[in-house]
Design a protein around this ligand. Structure first.
Ligand code: SAJ
Length: 420
């Protein structure tokens, strides 16, 4: 079936690149978002998020007339829902964005349309979305009641792209296609084949939901193992980076890297969707989350010890005269994204407790948020290195990997990434 018009609901880190890539294949794309400001920016051919090369693709798509954004859904042949799925205070998934997106597209659905949930979701969310649509449109039939004969086709196809490499991975990665029925999967494949060069592999909706959660939980558990090792090695006076590189020479061992904690909006969130559904069984997954979430506090304790050590070595100094420099604020290397960043949390905590100067070097950010002004000073790396009594490496940005080792002498170093 030809898709003449494709609608993408939610124009964030996943929805906007997806909309732009469909448009670059000369499909008419309607982007829908509740944020009027984002809609206006996109309709000017600009972007409101940071992702390499996305600005050019969106600019071309808008100026050539293939992509336009709106706050009000319009009829289309396929709808992709890519809205956030955060968790609530008790780590229960919050599906309100999926609910309101479903209710907003329901009035414009017509027989033959395909609705795909792309948002990372707890198991059962796709069936729930289909139930919300069915409730709003009793005149149409849905897969949960009509199977392969349904008027509307529904599938879950999770996105798995790595921030910073989204445009390449969208096209090249394999895609898991979880249709509610075989016909739903078939139609979803024909949609993704418009731009996906990777393989499209069919499963059911629940397995597709669990697959995405499993990928990110697997990585979280792996990072927790590395973080736990780093705390064990600290007690035993062993260099954890050397240890891991030695152990990884074993042909069947591949340990990840310790860090100051796990950030971003995916790996620190998705495992909770498994834990909240099956709390009795998901013991390792929960513990991994707890280990990774406890790492920033461990780093902060190291900083307190370093200040005490520095004052002991310099008895004429007061704590007000000690300068601490934090290197990196982003949640990982070579991006500017601060969401759920352990580096940011550690830096904020130091600035809150330290009576002296707290300097920050972050090559990907050019101004501090309002709430940090007066508490932190954003400076060039060279200045931070020159002035610091205590230097804390929080993000392995490429600029920090090449610092002159002689600039690191005469100060206490806390290297959470093992690059200094
Ligand atoms: N990290 C470590 N040690 C490591 C690897 C990562 O401490 O060895 C930390 C990073 O510094 C960062 C966090 O983990 O704080 C997450 O970074 P990441 O690069 O592992 O992952 P994300 O969050 O950028 O993207 C992940 C990817 N998932 C997997 O690799 C399984 C991506 O493919 C998903 O599409 C994305 O989550 C998502 O949207 O779910």
């Amino acid at each position: 079936m030809p898709f003449n018009t494709i609608s993408v609901v939610g124009l964030g880190y996943i929805g906007l690149p997806t909309a732009a890539v469909f448009a670059s294949r000369k499909k008419k794309v309607i982007g829908v978002d509740v944020n009027q400001k984002a809609v206006d920016i996109i309709n000017r051919g600009q972007i409101h998020i940071v992702e390499p090369d996305l600005d050019m693709v969106v600019h071309a798509a808008v100026t050539e007339g293939y992509l336009h954004a709106t706050t009000q859904p319009e009829p289309a042949d396929a709808f992709l829902i890519a809205v956030p799925t955060p968790f609530k205070n008790n780590y229960e998934p919050d599906l309100t964005y999926i609910e309101s997106a479903s209710k907003s597209i329901a009035p414009v659905l017509k027989k033959g349309d395909l609705v795909i949930l792309e948002s990372t979701s707890p198991v059962g969310a796709t069936e729930q979305m289909s139930a919300w649509l069915a409730e709003a449109r009793p005149d149409l039939s849905f897969p949960q009641t009509h199977g392969d004969e349904s008027d509307i086709r529904i599938a879950h196809c999770p996105e798995r792209v790595l921030p910073g490499h989204v445009l390449r991975e969208l096209v090249q990665n394999d895609r898991v296609i979880g249709g509610m029925t075989p016909k739903c999967s078939e139609l979803a494949i024909s949609l993704y084949k418009i731009f996906v060069q990777g393989e499209c592999i069919v499963t059911n909706a629940r397995t597709a939901e669990m697959c995405k959660l499993t990928e990110n939980s697997s990585r979280d558990v792996g990072i927790a193992f590395a973080n736990e090792l780093s705390m064990i090695c600290d007690k035993l006076d062993i260099n954890v980076w050397e240890l891991i590189s030695l152990a990884n020479r074993h042909p069947r061992v591949n340990i990840l890297q310790p860090g100051p904690g796990v950030g971003g909006h995916c790996i620190a969130v998705d495992p909770w969707f498994i834990v909240s559904k099956t709390p009795e069984q998901a013991r390792l997954i929960r513990t991994a989350r707890e280990v990774n979430d406890s790492k920033p506090e461990w780093v902060i304790e190291k900083v307190k010890l370093a200040v005490a050590e520095h004052l002991q070595a310099n008895p004429t100094k007061t704590a007000q005269e000690v300068t601490i420099a934090c290197f990196g604020l982003a949640f990982k290397a070579d991006i500017d994204d601060l969401r759920e960043s352990p580096a940011l949390a550690i830096t904020e905590s130091i600035a809150g407790m330290h009576p002296g100067k707290t300097l920050v070097a972050e090559p990907n950010i050019f101004e501090l948020a309002e709430k940090h002004i007066g508490k932190l000073q954003l400076v060039q790396s060279e200045i931070a290195l020159k002035e610091a009594d205590i230097a804390i490496l929080l993000v392995d940005h490429k600029e920090f990997k090449t610092v002159d080792k002689s600039d690191l002498t005469n100060k206490i170093l806390i290297d959470t990434r093992g690059i200094w």
